[in-house]
Design a protein around this ligand. Structure first.
Ligand code: ADP
Length: 506
């Protein structure tokens, strides 16, 4: 029997991307499919997503909460009595052929730009409704709304899908079909917490609103709904899975996670080889391999030229491709830049986010013209250019569920300099003497989140640069590491199996 998986998310590369979740949604479903599963994505019909999907078949109307055959008081209400009801449209991602359901809900998803934040960086005012409908669509599909395709597993990603688990909990009291419910935390810091007064509008019965349900300090928490009402929880690295059961990284939900520890699994993300492969990357040509790095030297020269850095091939070129936030530890970086430049290094930064961090980095660029460059914004081609052309990629993160750019850096021989936290601790091995000696070193790792530790790790990078044979050995090892989606998919299949033991997987 083929395992049917409804994969519920809000972004997928290349149609819509704000961060790593989009890369995961592009990489994991095809890997599960390759292992024999039948996976369909469910996404809100944001404009970028609609533009990249070819519809197939007729629309499927989505009953609102309390609709015919549904328990009363469960499920979101339509905002206006006159407006058309939300509906689902089946289709395929045009470029990849991956099957999807798009959730259309008039007035909820048509805004352009960022799916979560308006032009002032504030959450869209109807955020709760937007993602309640997403959860509701998942719950209805999960309990058999479309008889021709009923999933065995509903797999939701991040807080936006959290109410799916609460609705499924309610619907499964009466529904004939009860899918296994798996939830993946990509970032526990974003929780979807809303005013309790929204409960009737979202169709969340009073019986769910208590401290062992989805109530969080008197409010509705979408994240807590998922953590409470899923059968299994995964997160994107083994270390983060441990960290979130403690007060420091638990964001107030450590108690819930500790209680569910037996069903909490850490599964490292993979790298999509069709997008991030230095030999075939169309955004980085000529390509390169660990044995022939000529293309990498050319990528460095192109990057220096593009970002207005002096064309010094011997300069150790540090880089950042990231949201510019405290989560990423980038508030530490400006204080380390003068020393980095004094030691002969350069810095190329691509990102946007926190205004104070942006400004501090802009000041660094003004102070060190030709040695420090900042591009504010989101730019896929430049991201590839940086990860290919730089020598070192920096992730001094405060917390990091998995982190993808260090994995891309490893693949492109751009050694990651990271703080030992979350997925960074699981994927990068420091260039200490003993690690150099046994061939396991792949980057530079520091422990405490402060600027002196960051500077010491930078010094280690300069020291390794002065030992070219060692640098090459570390680079070769880094480029040989593989974080495949096939390995991750096999682990997800094991998690699915653990919550549906009676069902054979293929
Ligand atoms: P997070 O999801 O926390 O932002 P990840 O490391 O998991 O961090 O994933 C970030 C993804 O977004 C990577 O694919 C990275 O290359 C990409 N990215 C981040 N900032 C930018 C940017 N300014 N321009 C292009 N790509 C970016």
């Amino acid at each position: 029997m083929t395992l049917r998986v409804l994969y519920v998310c809000t972004e997928v590369f290349p149609l819509l991307k704000t961060g790593g979740l989009a890369d995961v949604s592009a990489g994991l479903p095809p890997a599960l499919t390759a292992m024999g599963s039948d996976v369909r994505l469910l996404l809100p019909a944001f404009p970028g997503v609609v533009a990249g999907v070819t519809p197939e078949g007729p629309p499927l109307p989505l009953p609102a909460g309390g609709g015919p055959g549904l328990p009363s008081g469960v499920g979101p209400q339509t905002a206006s009595a006159q407006g058309p009801a939300p509906w689902l449209q089946a289709g395929r991602i045009t470029a990849s052929g991956v099957p999807v359901w798009l959730l259309h809900a008039p007035g909820l998803y048509e805004h352009g730009g960022n799916p979560y934040l308006d032009e002032h960086g504030q959450p869209w005012p109807d955020s709760a409704e937007q993602f309640a409908w997403l959860g509701w669509a998942a719950a209805l599909l999960g309990t058999g709304l479309h008889a021709a395709w009923v999933p065995d597993v509903v797999h939701g990603h991040d807080w936006h899908t959290g109410l799916a688990f609460a609705y499924l909990h309610e619907l499964s009291r009466t529904a004939v079909h009860r899918p296994a419910r798996v939830f993946t935390v990509h970032n526990l810091a974003y929780q979807g917490v809303f005013n309790a007064e929204l409960r009737p509008r979202l169709g969340l019965p009073d019986g769910l609103f208590h401290w062992q349900g989805l109530e969080f300090h008197g409010q509705i928490s979408f994240m807590k709904a998922a953590l409470t009402y899923s059968d299994a929880i995964t997160t994107v690295s083994p270390t983060y899975a441990r960290e979130i059961t403690g007060a420091e990284q638990g964001c107030g939900l450590e108690g819930v996670l500790l209680q569910r520890q037996a069903q909490l699994h850490g599964i490292l993300n993979g790298v999509d080889d069709t997008v991030w492969n230095p030999q075939t990357d169309p955004l980085v040509q000529p390509g390169f391999t660990a044995r022939n790095l000529k293309g990498k030297a050319q990528a460095k020269a192109r990057l220096q030229q593009r970002m207005g850095l002096e064309p010094r091939h011997e300069a150790l070129l540090f880089s950042v491709v990231s949201r510019l936030t405290e989560q990423k530890g980038l508030h530490l970086l400006p204080a380390a830049v003068d020393e980095l430049v004094r030691r002969g290094g350069q810095l190329a930064v691509l990102g946007s986010g926190d205004a104070a961090i942006e400004q501090a980095l802009r000041d660094c660029a003004l102070r060190h013209p030709g040695q420090v460059a900042l591009t504010v914004g989101y730019d896929e081609a430049l991201a590839h250019g940086i990860i290919a052309g730089a020598d070192v990629i920096l992730l001094p993160s405060r917390f990091e569920p998995c982190g993808l750019t260090q994995l891309y850096g490893l693949r492109y021989g751009t050694l990651p300099l990271v703080r030992a936290v979350g997925g960074l601790a699981d994927t990068v091995v420091d260039c200490s003497l003993e690690n150099l000696d046994d061939g396991s070193a792949s980057g530079f790792v520091f422990d405490e989140l402060d600027v002196n530790n960051l500077k010491v790790a930078m010094r280690r990078a300069f020291a390794l640069q002065r030992r070219p044979a060692d640098w090459r050995a570390v680079q070769r090892h880094a480029m040989s590491l593989r974080f495949s989606w096939a390995r991750a998919a096999a682990e997800y299949l094991r998690v699915y199996a653990s919550v549906m033991p009676a069902t054979p997987l293929v």
